[in-house]
Design a protein around this ligand. Structure first.
Ligand code: 0L1
Ligand code: MG
Length: 264
C-alpha cells in the first residue's frame, strides 16, 4: 500500500501520538484528521516514534504482535493484526506494584512470548521454521494503553500508536519450543481472585508461532526482519480486561507458572 503523508506530516504525527503516551493524555484517532492515510503511513509514524525514543536513549527490548485473536479483532472492531515495539521502560517485574499513573486506561491481556535464536526474514516463514528458530517460550502479560479516547480507533490509527504498547511483564518460567503443543496451552486470568478470562494458545492465529511468522511477513513490507535474539510477544490469548487502581491480576499458564501484577 502506498504512502500519502509527507515526511513532515509523519514527523508531526509521531510527535503528537508519542506526546500523548509520554504525557498520558487521550487524543482522538488520527484518521479523523487524515482520513486518507494508509497502513503504510501509519507504519512510518510508528517507526518514527521508535526513532524518537532511540535518539533519546531508550533501548528497544522486543517486538509485539497485536490483534492476533478473533476475540481481540471482534473486541476492537478491526480487520487484521498489527505490530509494535517494546521500549525498555515498558517492562515491569512479575509481582510488581505497577503505578497506575504510568497509564491512561490500562488493559491486561495474557500472552506467550518467543525468544528467537536465528534471524527470521521474509514472507514465507512457517510455524515449523519459527519453532526451529526459537530458543525459549515464556509466559508474558501485556498491559496495553491505547492513547485514543475510549479505545476508539481503526487499524491505521492503532498501528501509528505503536499498537497500544506501554507495558509488559515476563514470567519466571520458560520452556523449550518442543516442550508442548503451544496451540493447546491453557491460560486462566483472574482479577481480584475471580476468573475473568480463559483461553488456549490456538486463539492466536491457530498457533502462537504463526504470529511470529506473520510479524516477519509484515516487517518485510518495510525491508525489516526479526533478528536472532528478539523477544516477541505473540498477542492476546484472552480478550483484554480493563484495570483500575487497586486491582490485582494473576494469569496462570499450563506448566509455565503464573504472573501476578497489582495496580498501585
Ligand atoms: O496487543 C494488542 O492486541 C493490542 C493491539 C492494539 C489494540 C488495542 O489497543 O486493543
Ligand atoms: Mg497484546
Amino acid at each position: 500500500m502506498s504512502r500519502t503523508l509527507s515526511e513532515q506530516q509523519v514527523k508531526e504525527l509521531a510527535e503528537h501520538v508519542e506526546a500523548a503516551e509520554l504525557d498520558r493524555v487521550e487524543i482522538l484517532k488520527i484518521t479523523d484528521d487524515y482520513p486518507d492515510m494508509s497502513f503504510a503511513d501509519a507504519t512510518a509514524v510508528q517507526w518514527e516514534i521508535r526513532r524518537r525514543k532511540e535518539n533519546r536513549g531508550n533501548k528497544i527490548v522486543g517486538l509485539k504482535m497485536g490483534l492476533t485473536s478473533w476475540a481481540k479483532i471482534h473486541q476492537m472492531g478491526v480487520e487484521k493484526p498489527c505490530y509494535g515495539f517494546l521500549a525498555d521502560y515498558f517492562s515491569y517485574a512479575d509481582g510488581a506494584k505497577v503505578p497506575f499513573n504510568d497509564f491512561i486506561h490500562p488493559k491486561v491481556e495474557a500472552e506467550v512470548a518467543f525468544v528467537t535464536n536465528k534471524d527470521l526474514r521474509g514472507r514465507d516463514v512457517t510455524v515449523d521454521e519459527v519453532l526451529a528458530a526459537t530458543e525459549l517460550v515464556v509466559p508474558a502479560v501485556e498491559i496495553i494503553d491505547s492513547r485514543y479516547k475510549d479505545f476508539k480507533f481503526d487499524l491505521t490509527s492503532v498501528m501509528a500508536d505503536n499498537s497500544s504498547s506501554r507495558g509488559f511483564v515476563i514470567g519466571s518460567h520458560s520452556a523449550t519450543p518442543d516442550a508442548c503443543d503451544w496451540s493447546t496451552l491453557g491460560v486462566v486470568m483472574e482479577k481480584n481472585g475471580e476468573i475473568v478470562q480463559l483461553g488456549a494458545g490456538a486463539a492466536v492465529l491457530d498457533h502462537p508461532a504463526a504470529s511470529v511468522a506473520m510479524l516477519a511477513d509484515m516487517l518485510a513490507d518495510v525491508d525489516e526482519y526479526i533478528p536472532a535474539g528478539t523477544f516477541v510477544m505473540t498477542g492476546g490469548i484472552t480478550a483484554a480486561v480493563l484495570a483500575e487502581p487497586g486491582d490485582t491480576f494473576t494469569v496462570r499458564y499450563q506448566n509455565l507458572g503464573s504472573i501476578t501484577l497489582s495496580f498501585a
